[in-house]
Design a protein around this ligand. Structure first.
Ligand SMILES: Cc1cc2nc3c(=O)[nH]c(=O)nc-3n(C[C@H](O)[C@H](O)[C@H](O)COP(=O)(O)O)c2cc1C
Length: 256
């Protein structure tokens, strides 16, 4: 599985269609859902960052996913919210389109963290679990995007907690700590694990797959067909060899 990872202000339905020749899943957004998250997004725009700031975020989610209903790529929506109820509403919209609802517990910008969005959710497991349960109850396939190297956060414990709350997937930005993927997979083998950060070619994709990831995602070069083609080939090759029961060598190492 190769996914396209959200880039705020850029990851819309057109972006997803452009990557559909290579990727299996496009995670659109991120989109700010509630008043506090939207105020933070406006502050980010004021300092030059790209953000989606439609008048009606739920209508935006619906329209973007509807534009992909017949596309040859699965879709999801990455969402930020300081409160739970908009998560439930967005999840219901995603469920209507058979799309993934991805809760953003990842972004680290000060503006987002100040209102309790993004990676602050990693330090507030009770609230994160509440969001997951609400999205699950609304009928959506639920993913949580997380980041490694957040001080005081035990990512495998977070993975276990969200799995117990009804999450289906965890999308791990491993930063410079690639082996954390193996720890997350060991703690929550029932979650689909998508590994992210620096996936550009066979070596970087296979490293995450060897740690047990079910798939990888590409963010910044998600509009570069050469990178997507390279990674897609690497993933397909990995899946074929594993399917054939072959052991896969990475730089002389044989993963378990
Ligand atoms: C400009 C920009 C915007 C991003 N916006 C989001 C976002 O809205 N939600 C999210 O979960 N991650 C966001 N990310 C993180 C990416 O999805 C990805 O996790 C990160 O860039 C690392 O992957 P890469 O090395 O393939 O780029 C953003 C990254 C960049 C550079």
């Amino acid at each position: 599985m190769l996914a396209l990872a959200s880039l705020s202000g850029a990851s819309d339905a057109d972006w997803a269609r452009a990557g559909a020749a290579h990727a299996d899943l496009a995670l659109l957004g991120g989109i700010a859902l509630d008043a506090d998250a939207r105020a933070a997004a406006r502050d980010l725009v004021a300092r030059g960052r790209d953000e989606f700031l439609p008048t009606d975020p739920l209508a935006f989610v619906d329209a973007q996913l509807a534009a992909l209903d017949d596309a040859p790529i699965s879709a999801g929506m990455n969402v930020r919210s300081a409160t739970r109820d908009p998560i439930r509403e967005a999840a219901a919209v995603c469920a209507d389109h058979g799309a993934v609802l991805e809760i953003n517990a990842h972004c680290r910008q000060d503006e987002l963290c100040a209102v309790g969005c993004g990676e602050t959710l990693l330090r507030d497991t009770d609230r994160l679990v509440d969001y997951v349960a609400a999205a699950h109850d609304a009928g959506a396939t639920v993913s949580v995007k997380v980041r490694a190297e957040v001080e005081g956060v035990d990512l495998p414990a977070t993975a276990r907690a969200i799995a117990d709350a009804g999450a289906d997937a965890i999308h791990v930005d491993a930063m410079d700590s690639e082996p954390v993927v193996a720890d997350v997979v060991a703690a929550a083998p029932d979650l689909f694990c998508l590994a992210n950060n620096g996936v550009r070619d066979r070596a970087t994709a296979w490293e995450y797959l060897a740690y047990g990831a079910d798939g990888v995602s590409v963010g910044r070069p998600s509009d570069d067909p050469d990178v997507l083609r390279r990674v897609a080939r690497a993933v397909a090759d990995w899946e074929r060899r594993r399917g054939d029961g072959e052991r896969v060598d990475i730089d002389g190492e044989v993963p378990g």
